[in-house]
Structure formats: structure tokens, C-alpha cells
Design a binder for this molecule. Structure first.
Ligand code: SF4
Length: 202
């Protein structure tokens, strides 16, 4: 896999204390994307599925994990590895939220075993390309053309409550050895200083 970062606890991209995983690689190149540094894959970010899961399991030993938020980059551009990873994550928490530029309809139409396995392990899918002109502060979404699909009915009430409690999107800053990483759904026109490489929307 090609993974840019793992952060915990993420509290601004879904309910509870979550592990966030940012995938490298996105061929979509949406105008206004605040993570263009994640468009290419980087050989130094290569990691095996088992190593990634081992790192996450280490977090889970001494910290509560209420769910996972997978973003990027485009997680579905690494569908085989993602398909392999999700059953392991589900052992810790099946509340797995994935941001993707694909639409749910596009994914459902793909005759691809890995993608169908991903959908079967996804609690919530937030789909569609980021549209800068439609970045209007909608909760959990970068732009209003994107849809929050609650695929696992067990989590419907949890997410409905979470969404109803949010007045606006929040930002979390993490200090890391490589600088400050700003996480959350950022406003339209957000531009990152060099030291604030993070994630805004899908
Ligand atoms: S907004 Fe998401 S889908 Fe669009 S270029 Fe950025 S990472 Fe890719």
C-alpha cells in the first residue's frame, strides 16, 4: 500500500475517537483539492497491509478506537490492498467511513470482487468528486454534491445523531516531526502553508 499518514485521535471526521488513514495517489485532480501533495504515490510511503494493521493494532492496545476514517488521495485506487485491510480493521471497529471520488453507483456497477468486498465492509461512504464551487460548509462533506451513504444500518442512528449535533465543521491540528497537519473539512479557497499539510475533504 502507499499510505501518507495515520493519525489518532481524529474527532472531526466522524463520531468518536477515530483512526484516520490517508492514502497516497489520486488521478482525479479536482480543482481546489487541498491535498495535491497526495496525488502522486511515493515509494517511501510503501507499507504492507500487515504492517499497517500492526501499527493500528498497537494504537488500539492502549486507546479506545470508535471507528476509522479512510481518506486521501483516493483509497479506491488501491482497491485490492484496501479490500484486504478492511476485514482486519473491522475486528477493532466496523465503523469504517471512506471518502472516495467515485460515486456509489459507479462502484456498485463495477464487476470487481475487491470493490464489492470494500462496500460490504464500509459503514459509511462519502462519495463524489470535490467541487470547489459547491463547498458551502456542509457537514462532513467537502462539497454539497457529495452524499453521505450509511451503508451499515447498525450505524444509522449514530451518524444521524452526530450530524444533528454539528453546527459547523471543525478543524484539528496535529503537530508531527514533519510539521503541523490540519485535519477536517476546510472552507472554500483554503490554502495550506507549507507546514500545514493535511486533509480537508475527500
Ligand atoms: S479532492 Fe479528493 S478526489 Fe479530488 S483530487 Fe483531491 S484527493 Fe482526489
Amino acid at each position: 500500500m502507499n499510505i501518507a499518514r495515520i493519525l489518532y485521535p481524529i474527532r472531526v471526521l466522524g463520531p468518536g475517537n477515530r483512526v484516520g488513514v490517508w492514502f497516497c495517489g489520486c488521478s482525479r485532480h479536482c480543482s481546489g483539492c487541498s491535498n495535491p501533495e497526495l496525488w502522486p504515490q511515493d515509494p517511501k510511503n510503501e507499507i504492507t497491509v500487515s504492517r499497517l494493521f500492526s501499527l493500528i493494532r498497537q494504537i488500539s492496545i492502549s486507546n479506545p478506537i470508535d471507528g476509522f476514517t479512510l481518506s486521501g488521495g483516493e483509497p479506491l485506487e488501491q482497491s485490492n490492498a484496501l479490500s484486504e485491510l478492511l476485514p482486519f480493521l473491522a475486528q477493532i471497529s466496523p465503523d469504517i467511513l471512506i471518502y472516495t471520488g467515485f460515486t456509489l453507483d459507479e462502484l456498485r456497477k463495477k464487476q470487481n470482487k475487491a470493490i464489492q468486498n470494500i462496500l460490504s465492509h464500509t459503514a459509511v461512504l462519502i462519495d463524489g468528486s470535490y467541487d470547489e464551487a459547491r463547498n458551502d460548509g456542509c457537514i462532513l462533506r467537502g462539497s454539497s454534491n457529495q452524499t453521505i451513504h450509511i451503508l451499515n444500518p447498525y450505524y444509522r442512528a449514530r451518524y444521524q445523531q452526530y450530524l444533528s449535533e454539528q453546527n459547523r465543521n471543525q478543524i484539528q491540528n496535529f503537530t508531527t516531526p514533519s510539521g503541523i497537519i490540519s485535519v477536517g473539512i476546510h472552507h472554500r479557497g483554503f490554502s495550506k502553508p507549507e507546514s500545514r499539510k493535511g486533509k480537508n475533504h475527500e
